[in-house]
Design a protein around this ligand. Structure first.
Ligand SMILES: NC(=O)c1ccc[n+]([C@@H]2O[C@H](COP(=O)([O-])OP(=O)(O)OC[C@H]3O[C@@H](n4cnc5c(N)ncnc54)[C@H](O)[C@@H]3O)[C@@H](O)[C@H]2O)c1
Length: 328
């Protein structure tokens, strides 16, 4: 079996050695492929930029590196598994290029294309060539997530986040999709910060309501912080008796109640914030994703990754619906 990783930037492989090395948790696709190397005859690494390509191949002992994907596709043996870890503007174009080579599966980085339409196109092409697409919303595959199943009726969800409504906010929408919380309504924009230096992807502070699994109303507070000052991604689910808090990075929880009241007004106070939250860190996400795909490649079954493309498409639907309201 052969694998190919396209794009070795931050998530692909080019993380600082202190953050991602053979002794740390898996933080990059290169590391995950390295850990699963026994399953592959060849692991091809592609990046149009020679510098990260050389650094990453040296670090993870990969021998086959290419700056030209077309050349690799022409010359190599059949590739069963691709990882697309390039910027989202390139996802569809790269997917169109590799699909006719009929890999068994493609792991594509979130948000899977640059729009709902592009994500949709990726799905159509995958169906045509019978390719299993997995979208790397790795926060949907952490070991602690089943804690949410134990929650009695979610009434309120708070997200504290930075780095863009699409870029980091999309993880939240994919999780809502996975938890079958959909159809945002009563959407209100409270503020926006340009903390990514990207006018196309501001970090919004929003309030909206969303429909829960049994048709119940869930209030959602999406609290956008300025990532240049404090970097954070944490979600708090408030159930009837217990709360669950999922923390990826940053810990704003202690002062969050104050911030939320300041941002969202006095009504916010009526929610109890006294029950203890269960903290779960999200370090194992990328490892779960790769292990499950390796299982799929070997046995054609997948333990828990089914539906990841569907959740990505639903995340795009929710994000575009909200952006539509914001942009009038
Ligand atoms: N799942 C997660 O938690 C997570 C985290 C970070 C980034 N991402 C996603 O991963 C993707 C990449 O993000 P990043 O931060 O690693 O970006 P990056 O800019 O750090 O790296 C992208 C790499 O892709 C290469 N590249 C660009 N176009 C290419 C092409 N056509 N062919 C070959 N190589 C090409 C670039 O040279 C660069 O090395 C984005 O879609 C982003 O949203 C996901």
């Amino acid at each position: 079996m052969n694998a190919c990783l396209i794009g070795v930037g931050s998530i692909g492989g080019d993380k600082h050695n202190d953050v991602d090395n053979k002794k740390t948790a898996v933080k990059t696709h290169a590391h995950a492929l390295y850990n699963n190397r026994e399953y592959f005859d060849n692991i091809y690494i592609v990046d149009k930029n020679i510098e990260p390509l050389t650094r990453v191949c040296d670090k993870w002992d990969f021998k086959e590196s290419f700056v030209d994907l077309d050349f690799l596709l022409k010359e190599s043996e059949h590739i069963d598994f691709f990882v697309i870890a390039t910027p989202q503007e390139t996802h569809l174009e790269l997917f169109k290029k590799i699909a006719p080579h009929k890999p068994k599966s493609v792991l594509i980085e979130k948000p899977c294309g640059n729009s709902q339409d592009e994500c949709n196109d990726i799905g159509w092409i995958a169906a045509k060539f019978n390719i299993k697409v997995f979208v790397d919303y790795q926060r949907n595959f952490i070991y602690g997530l089943p804690l949410l199943d134990g929650l009695d009726k979610v009434k309120k969800i708070v997200l504290n986040y930075t780095r863009g409504f699409i870029r980091d906010g999309s993880h939240f929408f994919a999780l809502l999709a996975k938890e079958q919380l959909e159809m945002p309504y009563d959407i209100k924009l409270l503020s926006a910060v340009n903390d990514l230096d990207d006018i196309k992807d501001l970090t919004y502070t929003l309030f909206f309501k969303i429909t829960g699994k049994q048709g119940e109303k869930v209030e959602v507070f999406m609290n956008g912080f300025d990532g240049r000052i404090a970097d954070v991604f944490e979600i708090m689910f408030y159930g009837d008796k217990e709360n669950v808090s999922l923390v990826d990075h940053g810990k704003l929880r202690l002062n969050a109640a104050h911030e939320e009241e300041k941002t969202f007004g006095k009504g916010y106070k009526s929610f109890s914030n006294t029950t203890l939250a269960t903290m779960t860190d999200l370090e194992n996400g990328l490892e779960c994703v790769h292990d499950d795909i390796t299982l799929f490649l070997n046995t054609s079954s997948s333990l828990f990754y089914q539906g990841s493309y569907k959740h990505a498409l639903e995340a795009w639907t929710m994000m575009e619906q909200i952006k539509g309201v914001i942009n009038g």
